[in-house]
Design a protein around this ligand. Sequence first.
Ligand SMILES: *Cc1c(COP(=O)(O)O)cnc(C)c1O
Length: 230
Amino acid sequence: MTALQARVRGVHQRLATAAAQAGRDPKDLTLIAVSKTQPAEAVATLAALGQRDFGENYLQEALDKQAALSALALQWHFIGALQSNKTRPVSEHFSWVHTIDRAKLAERLSAQRPKALGPLAVCVQVKLDPEPGKAGVAPDALAPLLDTIERLPGLRLAGLMTLPAPREGFEAQRASLARLTALAKALPETARVLSMGMSDDLEAAVAAGATHLRLGTALFGPRQPAGASP
Ligand SMILES: *Cc1c(COP(=O)(O)O)cnc(C)c1O
């Protein structure tokens, strides 16, 4: 078994155990492999093991990988910070965007979505903790943004996403993430995706109700240093 295979197996076991402990069906959990800074070969290897959903943060890096891997039927999720002058390639080349936090981004992504691809699935990023400089909409500003998205023909509102301030320990992590689960109750039945949980808090995320786990280092190992060529 390669190191990558061992890590993949370990992640699947962690997810299965977490689901069992939370009394949840593991089939309700979608694993998004976060492949930022990882080379296309690592994505291809993971795809050969059955992984289909991949998450990327950096647009140009993602487009290069998508071009290199276009023969594979992969589903790409944009999970990075998005500038409004970069929405077109995201709308044209991704199936999902998890980081919508303002109406302008939503409006541009909708207008630029090619009709043939069907609506772009989007999650609204919620900022649960008051961290300066952090992306995300404050909980009290969520409702008008959801209303805007629901009116946009090029988008399909899928649910909510968060990237909370790091916390130590299962219970503190679970309680933190459960705030997103509570907010999601106000969304329609068709928009109940909860994109939360990373390598360090996946058990807490499953316990809190996550549906889409975004895991990088647990699957791929340590990331390449920023700026290193893939
Ligand atoms: C990098 C990243 C992840 C994955 O983090 P790991 O700790 O490597 O699992 C998940 N979500 C977002 C938004 C990220 O930027």
